[in-house]
Design a protein around this ligand. Structure first.
Ligand SMILES: NC(=O)c1ccc[n+]([C@@H]2O[C@H](COP(=O)([O-])OP(=O)(O)OC[C@H]3O[C@@H](n4cnc5c(N)ncnc54)[C@H](OP(=O)(O)O)[C@@H]3O)[C@@H](O)[C@H]2O)c1
Length: 326
């Protein structure tokens, strides 16, 4: 089959389409003819050699896929050849064929394109597990979503709105903030022009927010703690702004704050199957009904994966970047 290969760790131009052996499904897996996959920030790190795949996973990039079932493993009874499926994978999406555990392969909702389906798993699973399973965001609460225009951010805004929570966002341009507001955010702060912690105090009339979904890490640590209301919850989901901080632990103590961390990729298969089931029960219905939707910024053919990576690293996307596989 054809897949995107990495000659040596480096910039986007190391990504080349090349011939590799077809993956072979284990008894509990299915072989999918991939029609669409989507980019995630983690792919750009893996390309640079900074985020190796977990043991046993494909070393081909790609954490989600949508396509047609081409073959099923000997133990699979729930999925049939020819069905349209989508789901989360530990790797292998940037290819014509990939394997996925049958318990993680979900039927594509009626009327959805492969691109729409491929835009969903990583960002919706991440927002579900961090904002709801860990931080327990509830109706009536306020959440601050950093990088509101990111793939995860655009999912998080809509899920907060669907829950009846107020979503505040940060983003790097007025245009991105407007698009976040169009999706359901109440207001946004351009972090390049304003101190977001001061902005949060004004936006919440000095109360602070109940939950923060943070992808930035060290650069935002102090301002995040300041922005939380007493009893608030901070979820660390990414570290785009560094990993080391010197902190005032007294603030966590006095405000009774809770700090969570989460990474989806290294969870066990059993955990990922549970996460898939929770998603099918809670978030797939409003997605299938069209009340919330996958936000697609643009599409590239698979062979132009390098250009797609450059586009993401230039922070140009609002929502997901899709790779279409002919
Ligand atoms: N823990 C997990 O399980 C998990 C799963 C999925 C994703 N993630 C993490 O979630 C984050 C978002 O991923 P994604 O794929 O949705 O991202 P994405 O679509 O590439 O969006 C990332 C956005 O973040 C903003 N940004 C980049 N560097 C920044 C910085 N230093 N300071 C402030 N803002 C910055 C940029 O928007 P602006 O133009 O607005 O600055 C950029 O467009 C990443 O950190 C990723 O690693 C974690």
């Amino acid at each position: 089959m054809q897949a995107i290969t990495i000659a040596a760790p480096g910039g986007p131009d190391v990504l080349k389409l090349g011939a590799v052996p077809d993956p072979i499904p284990r008894p509990e897996q299915i072989l999918v003819r991939v029609r669409a996959t989507a980019l995630n920030r983690a792919d750009t790190l893996q390309r640079q050699g900074l985020y190796p795949p977990p043991p046993g996973e494909s070393d081909i990039l790609g954490l989600e896929l949508a396509g047609e079932v081409e073959a099923v493993g000997s133990a699979v009874t729930t999925v049939a050849v020819g069905e349209r499926v989508f789901g989360l994978v530990g790797g292998g999406g940037y290819a014509e064929k990939a394997v996925i555990d049958a318990r993680m392969a979900m039927p594509i909702p009626e009327g959805w394109s492969f691109a729409q389906a491929a835009a969903v798993p990583e960002v919706y699973f991440t927002a579900q597990e961090t904002i709801f399973t860990l931080a327990g965001l509830k109706r009536g609460e306020t959440i601050l979503i950093h990088a509101g225009a990111s793939g995860v951010g655009t999912a998080a805004i809509q899920m907060a709105r669907e829950t009846g929570a107020t979503a505040l966002v940060t983003a790097g341009s007025a245009e991105k903030i407007q698009r976040c507001v169009d999706l359901g955010a109440t207001a946004g702060c351009n972090y390049k022009e304003q101190n977001f912690a001061e902005w949060v105090q004004r936006a919440t009339k000095g109360r602070g927010v109940d939950v923060i979904e943070d992808f930035i890490g060290a650069a935002y640590w102090d301002k995040n703690l300041t922005s939380l209301t007493p009893g608030g919850r901070l979820v660390l989901v990414g570290v785009m702004g560094g990993v080391k901080v010197e902190t005032n632990l007294g603030l966590i103590l006095r405000k009774r704050l809770q700090v969570f961390g989460s990474v989806l990729r290294t969870r066990t298969l059993a955990d990922k199957i549970d996460i898939t089931r929770r998603f099918q029960a809670s978030w797939l219905p409003p997605l299938a009904a069209g009340r919330i939707r996958p936000i697609i910024d643009c599409r590239f053919p698979l062979e132009r994966a390098g250009e797609a990576h450059q586009y993401m690293e230039d922070n140009r996307n609002f929502g997901k970047i899709i790779l279409e596989v002919p």
